[in-house]
Design a protein around this ligand. Sequence first.
Ligand code: KG4
Ligand code: ZN
Length: 352
Amino acid sequence: MIILGIETSCDETAAAVVQKSGDRVTILFNVVASSAALQAKYGGVIPEQAAREQIKSIIPVIEESLQASDHRQQDIDAIAVTKGPGLIGSLLVGVETAKTLATVWDKPLIPINHLLGHFYANWLGDKTPTFPCLGLLISGGHTDLVLFKDHGKYEYLGGTRDDAAGECFDKCARLLNLPYPGGPEISRLATHGDPSKFDLPRPMIDSKDFDFSFSGLKTAVSNLLQGHSLSTQGVTLRNSPKAKRDLAASIEQAIVDVLVTKTLKAAQKYKVKEIIVAGGVAANRKLASEFKLKIENCKLKISGACDSEIFNLHIPSANLCTDNAAMIAAAALFNYHPTDPLTLQANPNLSL
Ligand code: KG4
Ligand code: ZN
């Protein structure tokens, strides 16, 4: 089966052609046109502007993905499209285009929840996850822990009560006068910083539930910068590139500590061996190294007798962590529920 995937939930216009033969899922072509550079000028996404950019890019990216994958419309078995959540203007461009193509080409149309789609980037690699597995979704707007029992069968365990992890990265970056999107910028600065220099809070790290909260961390950074809580450091921070690098490293470490600790706690509680991480923040290198370190420590604690891996960790390659259409096509391959193109509606508030 060959699926054309379309993703336009925010400021990326993406198309991909993905094939499944047996259990193997292969990306034939995957293209993303991003208006992030334009959004960066304004320090964040302006919804109307993002939608206008979607209109400019949607037909070129679809044409390019078909041409570059060496496939024509008659080779495509179905069309998958992000139905929501996201910005309504952006979503409408993808949804209306997919509805039109499905009708004119007479192809099945599969609507996909963007959040679920992110998890399916993990089915695009060589080593695919097995069930049950624990999913950590960390995107710009979401931080969720989900227990997957099978394709389409999952239980929501917890999520953020305020800011998402990606949002916290972005807001802290803004406080540090770094460009949008802030996650990669903080991460870049953090590489040369000392994460133990600033004692930042790890909100809800010890709570019994699987919820998160990151707005307090952002406020702590804001207070630090304004010199309210630590006036001497506040002054140093404004003038010192080194202090800025140390603060970036401390922010990254605090976010990563919370994410890794709570995910491993959930995996232990639900006795799950497979962990899948998804969403833009999953591209963070510190997160991957910290997960590996903690998993290694768990192994050592259990004793030398245990030589099998305690957890299998799946993190997609960086380009598949951030928004793309290959993950949307992959999600459709495993959750094949076609809908009527005439009635499909974009839903900006769709939840998991
Ligand atoms: O999943 P995504 O591409 O878009 C949404 O669906 O929201 O996630 C975007 C988020 C942004 O907050 C961005 O700052 C963050 O992912 N991000 C990162 C990294 N790359 C992207 N955060 C930390 N480290 C990164 N390397
Ligand atoms: Zn996303």
